[in-house]
Ligand binder design. Structure first.
Ligand code: NI
Length: 263
């Protein structure tokens, strides 16, 4: 972001613009499900566990608008930790931010991330990533071998990884199954990892997501097609009489795979 947004709403609008530039299918689906009336349940951002590049740094913009700390989540298999932040007003989305435990990577991969991200040569932070000249396809491939997450972050940087439709607030209160069927009928592919629907009503949260659409990314040594961003669908349910407000680690673990390279 070049300048601080004048309001939380303006910040999310700017992040949405960046997001649909990478994943125009999200805007088309939003139109299909009700357009401007579709409420956003949460956004998700990815980072690295280094000063200025992790959860704390990425949360700063949201804390400034009154967001507060929610839950903490760990994903040992993917070498990730995450925290969520609750909005000061119910009309604003939750924010889910994860960071990669860089010490869990090989020296080769860590050195690539160190060299590219721990530099003052270009501005990094919310809404920003590596310039094309600072990306090489061989480095992307090296990261991909070890961490789909690291490779995605290398390609796109700190843009929103997904926005999420609050299915429980859609007109007509459709089930998640009904929403999925509409999307499949319209020709969109869904993340099938662990089944189309992750989570059960009694856990408080059911989720599904599209698969990230392919995007042409400019690297210093040419262009390459890589998975971009995806759109998520969340249906929250009451638990002990209150709408569940957190996240479910087992679901999120599968949702992360929506940006995996299909091979
Ligand atoms: Ni999500």
């Amino acid at each position: 972001m070049t300048a601080p947004a004048s309001s939380a709403e303006a910040l999310f609008e700017e992040l949405w613009r960046q997001y649909i530039a990478i994943g125009p299918h999200a805007q088309a689906i939003r139109g299909l499900l009700g357009g401007a009336g579709v409420k956003n349940d949460h956004i998700a951002l990815r980072g690295l566990n280094w000063p200025g590049l992790g959860i704390d740094a990425l949360a700063t913009s949201f804390l400034a608008y009154g967001y507060t700390e929610g839950g903490t989540y760990t994903f040992p298999e993917k070498k990730l930790v995450a925290r969520h932040f609750d909005p000061p007003r119910p009309e604003l989305p939750k924010v889910f931010i994860s960071e990669l435990e860089t010490e869990a990577l090989s020296e080769v991969s860590r050195a690539i991330l160190e060299r590219r991200f721990r530099t003052d040569a270009y501005p990094l932070g919310l809404g920003r990533g590596l310039p094309p000249s600072a990306k090489l396809q061989a480095e992307y491939e090296q990261l991909l071998e070890e961490s789909e997450y690291a490779a995605w972050l290398y390609a796109f940087g700190f843009v929103v990884n997904h926005f999420t439709v609050a299915v429980h607030e859609l007109d007509g209160a459709p089930s998640l199954e009904e929403v999925n069927q509409r999307l499949l009928g319209a020709g969109y592919a869904l993340n099938e990892s662990g089944g189309q629907i992750k989570g059960r009503p009694e856990e408080g949260l059911e989720q599904s997501s599209t698969l990230a659409g392919p995007v042409i990314v400019a690297f210093g040594d040419g262009e390459r097609e890589v998975p971009g961003v995806f759109y998520e669908f969340a249906r929250r349910h009451p638990v002990h009489g209150q709408l569940f407000g957190g996240f479910v680690t087992a679901n999120a673990n599968r949702i992360f795979e929506s940006t995996d390279v299909r091979r």
